[in-house]
Design a protein around this ligand. Structure first.
Ligand SMILES: CC1=C(/C=C/C(C)=C/C=C/C(C)=C/C=O)C(C)(C)CCC1
Length: 320
């Protein structure tokens, strides 16, 4: 069965919330010189609660639908056990090999961002894969490089200054003057190519335009709201649309609004948030100099790995 179409007027209207939030924050930033850090943190947390965490808390429903389509059996406990085991193994890897784990996280994030935004072109799977990876790298370059002075201290809490990752980061950052324009070109070309493939659907053009506005706002904003706008306001929202289309496809009576989906995600969202808060609380007790931001990104990496596998199956469905 084909994946249903995420390019609808309703979805364009929902992404308008992100666009409006981005424009308002940018105006605030330009008028005041800088949005106060507590406000940046509030924006990041609210956006993670609204879409960032819930978009991964529906993976069991996606897998269940996938099994149904393949006439297979879905066992929730088995699925959850495997999901948690992958997260625990990755957490252990972070402890033992932080450099490798961070490189892996950046790589899978690029792939995952690219896979969500670039439609599958069934006739050219290798080209699609390359385009997805290049696009994802460009998005990360666009988000991280304009904010080098905010990214570096976070990285230094995750890896050592004299390790390979940090020295590569400083080398990459010193080439910002051409890497940032190059990444914007890749994002633009990839957006035009995918909109062209979807020709005939004007909402696809609108969504692409909204993405460009979101990324432009991110350029002008500090790192945390810039990341929140793209990750929660774009990537997670688009994933929620795709999940909604996938699990209700062909069954219009179950075509429930996004709020119902959000409520369905609530139990696993709450478990994830409780885990994050508990980890933050215990680290703070034992390490007084503990900084919660690196922990937040490690946490995101742990939930990304099993989530990415589930979403890969969804994104590999031939678009309808
Ligand atoms: C913003 C940022 C980082 C990268 C975050 C990434 C790559 C997040 C990806 C999240 C994903 C893919 C979630 C999936 O659902 C660093 C370099 C860790 C530290 C500096 C700030």
């Amino acid at each position: 069965m084909a994946q249903s179409n995420p390019y609808t007027l309703q979805n364009v209207k929902l992404v308008c919330f992100t666009v409006v939030a981005g424009i308002l924050l940018t105006v605030w930033q330009l008028i005041d010189g800088c949005i106060p850090l507590p406000m940046q943190l509030v924006f990041l947390m609210v956006s993670l609660l609204l879409t960032g965490i819930p978009h991964g808390a529906l993976d069991h429903l996606v897998q269940q639908e996938q099994s149904r389509r393949q006439q297979g059996r879905f066992r929730l406990m088995l699925f959850l056990g495997r999901y948690v085991a992958i997260m625990l193994l990755y957490a252990l890897a972070w402890y033992v090999f932080p450099q490798l784990s961070l490189s892996f996280f950046l790589l899978i994030s690029c792939w995952h961002f690219g896979e969500t935004d670039i439609s599958l072109m069934p006739q050219t799977p290798v080209l699609t894969a390359l385009l997805r990876l290049l696009y994802g790298i460009s998005v990360l370059v666009w988000i991280l490089l304009p904010h080098q002075f905010e990214v570096s201290p976070i990285l230094l809490h995750m890896v050592t200054r004299n390790g390979l990752i940090y020295s590569h980061w400083t080398a990459i950052a010193s080439n910002s003057s051409w890497l940032i324009p190059a990444s914007s070109m890749v994002i633009l070309v990839a957006s035009i190519v995918t909109a062209f493939i979807r020709q005939g659907n004007r909402y696809c053009y609108w969504l692409r335009l909204q993405l460009v506005v979101v990324l432009l706002c991110g350029y002008a904003l500090p790192l945390l709201p810039a990341f929140a706008l793209y990750f929660a306001g774009w990537h997670s929202l688009i994933t929620l649309f795709n999940i909604k289309g996938f699990i209700t496809d062909g069954n219009t009576t179950h075509n429930k609004p996004l709020l119902i989906l959000w409520l369905k995600a609530l139990p696993f969202s709450l478990i994830a948030i409780t885990g994050l808060v508990a980890a933050g609380y215990s680290f703070r007790r034992y390490a007084p100099l503990f900084d919660p931001l690196p922990l937040l990104f490690v946490f995101l990496s742990l939930i990304t790995l099993p989530h990415m596998e589930v979403m890969h199956k969804l994104n590999s469905s031939v678009p309808g």
